[in-house]
Design a protein around this ligand. Structure first.
Ligand SMILES: C[S@@+](CC[C@H](N)C(=O)[O-])C[C@H]1O[C@@H](n2cnc3c(N)ncnc32)[C@H](O)[C@@H]1O
Length: 277
């Protein structure tokens, strides 16, 4: 039945139907706990100083050349865009997290940039990158389906940063509910529905070490378009709107404009930090 509806409905109608289904599920979802005790505040992340840091910029220029040569530097295939990859790299270099959890590996665009920053820091850091599918599968991995040369794992090997990455296959909530590990930095770029982000932030908060960071991707403030193509992903905003309303101690800080290009001829990023007020 699902397949028949998918085949009959045009793409915009299908997207609308998915959005309505998510909304209905989301508004009927019972309230969850949000323990912000270990969450960082915005003062601990001086963004302008981080972007302007000359040591990080020097490291980035060297690393970017190496990564771009092997992996490319395009905004395509559903990975984070080149400007957001750079922002991730700068954040890791500045905040020096030891243990990182990433939700949503896909083609590894963000994973590789995080791992190269960890290599540069040379402090035994590790990123666990979780995806519901086997992103490195030789046939069914998204890299293969999208026509990339290599899987995230093989690119990481080529880029000599494989020892900084653990890949996890399965629903991230299972992983988050089972792991005993604690994290300094959690990047949420998986399922972008409101109900998923609501549950993931609730599950991520207790996993944080003191002053831990939660970074969201695809946060569209006020659920309004950010880019010239007028597209909107409203789930992360809707989730955080509800979380902040239910938990006034939790706020969200969109990174807004970056000092370098991101996508569609803009410098705007959809990255946003979840912070303690
Ligand atoms: C937007 S892509 C991530 C892009 C990636 N960060 C990059 O830069 O290449 C979202 C990914 O989240 C994964 N995903 C969706 N729901 C998930 C879940 N519940 N648990 C883990 N991964 C999930 C999808 O399979 C997809 O690969």
């Amino acid at each position: 039945m699902k397949q028949i509806v998918k085949a009959i409905l045009p793409r915009p109608a299908l997207n609308k139907a998915v959005q309505i289904k998510d909304w209905v599920y989301f508004v009927t979802l019972s309230q969850k706990d949000f323990n912000s005790a270990n969450l960082c505040s915005s003062e601990t992340i001086p963004l302008s100083d981080i972007y302007a840091d000359t040591d990080i910029t020097e490291a980035w220029e060297k690393d970017h050349k190496i990564i771009a040569k092997a992996y490319g530097d395009e905004d395509s295939f559903g990975g984070v865009n080149p400007g957001d990859r750079r922002a991730l790299y700068y954040l890791i270099m500045a905040l020096k997290p030891k243990n990182i959890l990433e939700v949503g590996t896909h083609i590894g665009a963000s994973t590789l940039h995080i791992a190269r920053a960890l290599k540069q820091l040379n402090a035994n850091g590790k990123v666990t990158s979780a995806d519901i599918i086997d992103v490195n599968h030789p046939e069914t991995g998204p890299w293969k389906q999208l026509g990339l040369k290599k899987s995230p794992k093989d690119f990481a090997t080529e880029l000599e940063c494989i020892e900084y990455i653990d890949f996890d296959i399965g629903p991230c909530l299972d992983f988050m509910n089972e792991t005993k590990q604690r994290y300094d930095f959690i990047f949420l770029d998986g399922d972008h529905t409101a109900q998923a982000v609501y549950k993931e932030v609730s599950a991520a908060l207790p996993l944080l070490n003191k002053n831990g960071v939660i970074l969201l991707h695809d946060f569209y403030p006020e659920a309004k378009p950010l880019y010239p193509d007028n597209s909107i992903i409203d789930g992360p905003f809707r989730a955080l709107e509800r979380i902040s309303k239910e938990n006034p101690a939790i706020d969200v800080l969109p990174l807004g404009e970056l000092p370098w290009p991101t996508k569609q001829g803009t410098s705007i990023t959809s990255l946003a930090l979840v912070v303690k007020r």
